[in-house]
Design a protein around this ligand. Structure first.
Ligand code: HEM
Length: 303
């Protein structure tokens, strides 16, 4: 565990601030019931809270623990046992697989709750005292968050440290290879977009200098614009991916749909290809369903 004294020093957490927090304890104790009920309203808004706080017993247990924790926040005694207690809370959360951003978000609620109540109470107080209180509360909340999330960081680190030298080499080699492939993919996509521009130009040329007819010509141009647009979407997604964000498989499906819709636009004017047209239409429907399913999954936050 991180040395707790140096942690306090890093936050420049002073004895006076400890005293200020202790003085706030009776006031906060009176607010504990409001805090608990608003805290639960808040965390219940997270998509998967019920998968962690599974039943009445766990909820009741957590409520008493949160109450204790809230009152302890203003104990004025921030010694080794206090830091061990915080570390253990973090460990329990890591063990149950609670996403770290749930903890961060819950802390954002705690901060807002306490600040709001201090604001309401400050009407009859001098401004300096109020600033002292805000600073002390802000620090102890940050220190708590730091401790609770340190278990998450250590979990990541220990996963890496527990690997053998060969495994670590393979892992870093794979990561490097993966980033080269990604840059290659980005280059290839730029090339595709370049060809899509060429296709668009070629279709314009055919529109004016071939005998395929104005109607078919315009539909073909529209089709190639559609492919160009989908390719740009794909490049956009790849840029996101390179910046460390997720990759949307939906963009690939969109590209496939755009290419098929282009084919339909072209075939729609020639009667002899009606069988092909039907096959393409079925494939487009399947792709649309897949696209919709991916979108729904994202909206409800699965995976
Ligand atoms: C300010 C943020 C939070 C604090 C201070 C906190 C505090 C605690 C404490 C003190 C414990 C008991 C640890 C022990 O048994 O030693 C605990 C356990 C637990 N917490 Fe939290 N918690 C927070 C946020 C959350 C959130 C957002 C969830 C779920 C969405 C959650 C779910 C749980 C669960 C499932 C347990 C285990 C209960 C059991 O042992 O059955 N916690 N938490």
């Amino acid at each position: 565990m991180q040395h707790y004294q140096s942690l306090k020093e890093d936050y420049q957490f002073t004895k006076e601030e400890e005293k200020t927090l202790k003085e706030l304890q009776p006031f906060m104790e009176d607010l504990a019931d409001d805090f608990i009920s608003e805290f639960y309203d808040y965390i219940w808004g997270f998509g998967k809270t019920a998968t962690f706080l599974k039943n009445k017993e766990i909820i009741a247990y957590h409520r008493t623990k949160i109450r204790e924790w809230f009152i302890n926040l203003f104990s004025g005694k921030y010694d080794l046992p206090y830091f061990m207690y915080l570390y253990k809370i973090g460990e329990v959360h890591v063990k149950i697989g609670l996403p770290t951003h749930y903890v961060n978000s819950a802390f954002s609620f705690v901060r807002n709750f306490v600040f709001k109540r201090l604001e309401d109470k400050c009407q009859d107080k001098d401004a300096d005292k109020h600033i002292e209180e805000i600073q002390a509360v802000g620090k102890i909340i940050d220190i708590n968050l730091d401790m609770l999330t340190s278990s998450y960081r250590e979990e990541e680190l220990s996963k890496f440290l527990s690997l053998s030298k060969v495994e670590k080499n393979i892992l870093s080699g794979l990561k490097k290879f993966n980033s080269y492939i990604n840059y290659f993919l980005a280059g290839a996509l730029a090339l595709v977009a370049f060809f899509a521009v060429g296709l668009f130009g070629y279709d314009i040329y055919l529109l004016f200098f071939s005998d395929k007819g104005i109607e078919k010509g315009i539909l073909t141009v529209l089709g190639s614009l559609l492919v160009l647009w989908a390719a740009i979407e794909l490049i956009h997604e790849e840029i996101h991916h390179l910046q460390g964000k997720g990759f949307a498989i939906g963009a690939f499906i969109m590209l496939a749909m755009a290419a098929l819709i282009r084919k339909i636009l072209i075939y729609s004017l020639s009667a002899e290809k009606s069988e092909d047209l039907l096959t393409i239409a079925v494939v487009i429907v399947c792709l649309s369903i897949a696209y919709w399913l991916i979108g729904t999954k994202k909206r409800i936050g699965v995976g």
